[in-house]
Write a protein that binds this ligand. Sequence first.
Ligand code: SF4
Length: 462
Amino acid sequence: MEMGCVWMRRMYSGGAISALPVKASYSIPSSSLLPFLRHMSPVGFSLPSRLPLSTAACSSSVAVVPDDEDSSPLSSSFSSSRYGSYESSRISIKKSKVLLKEMRYPELEKWVELQGFRPGQAMMLWKRLYGNNVWAHCADELEGLNKDFKRMLSEHAEFKALSLKDIRTAADGTRKILFSLGDGLVIETVIIPCDRGRNTVCVSSQVGCAMNCQFCYTGRMGLTRHLTAAEIVEQAVFARRLFSDEVGSISNVVFMGMGEPLHNIENVIKAADIMVHEQGLHFSPRKVTVSTSGLVPQLKRFLQESNCALAVSLNATTDEVRNWIMPINRKYKLDLLLQTLREELPRKNNYIVLFEYVMLAGVNDSLEDAKRLISLVQGIPCKINLISFNPHSGSQFQPTPEEKIIEFRNILAEGGCTVFLRLSRGDDQMAACGQLGKPGPVPAPLLRVPRQFQMALNASSS
Ligand code: SF4
């Protein structure tokens, strides 16, 4: 759910805006290990750019970021020994190997016991995978563990689900990381350093996205497949491993990279559970934010099963506009979405939802929109983030001028809303909100512009 991305400077209301192809060798595992090996399914067919909104895993052999990405030089920050060894790394998942990061702790403990080792060894392994500044990527990095246990892990377990492909550093310090997956597809993760110590990693949950939000570059890709829990978790592990020395502790995770997280809810909830485990990565649940375009049944399930934070990408105050710029609204209308939040949030303790609102010139930024927004969020414990739109190639929208964003913000604040402004981060490296990924030769279609907005789009682009 990319448009909620926070590689933007956050300002509280009251001031002006200051501002390689990888081939894995797969085999059919024993049935007891199947849950941990789902990602290994052989693939070999292409999917249409728009898929039904099921949560079933899907896959494709199509590489969505072409290999010309390989020609881009690695940035200077990519030379330290800590990650130099990954420069030409490949994931090689051997026959019958279990992927460790696909397991929650109780599953890992059970697997370790099945291999004939004590549960205590499982905890020692967990801490070295996720904690204690180790973030181990191979058995050799498991200092202090018993030799036989390490040998068993070398033979039967796989530590890595991702292979580092490139790191690009934007002028403002934002880093975009490209990872290759086991089937050769490429995903993007963003690190957003913050001088107040609130460093954030923005993770992807899918390769591409099926939602086709009209203002989003990732949406033009269509959906290729869901990421596994291991592929999601490892983005956060890599972020800490690569950048903790450089930028300090990475304390926040936002599921706002490529994909609609709740379309992949099973793996997203599992990945979030692993991220907040106290003996491991130990992110605070309130600092792990899952963003959605508004898949109502999955949103309900998420609120019931997870303690992590929720962001809803709203971006419009009428069904007419939202049906156009976020086609998911044709299935789950604004009223239903907001009523669901009104009913579900009080069941949770002290829980606030974050509404994301991307400001599109002449489309959703009128003073009437501001007034409607105030009444739409009535009765919902919430904060609102106003986001400056990041243009990309092929985009038909323009950003709302700064003064108008401030005026919009002031109306919301006067109406009693808690409202923030966020400016773009990392846009010179296409790392900003709504800019991740790369559409293929046949991008998802742009939808017909409602007649009353055609003039506004023309005027804002001239
Ligand atoms: S198209 Fe997908 S990634 Fe882009 S904003 Fe919509 S839900 Fe998020």
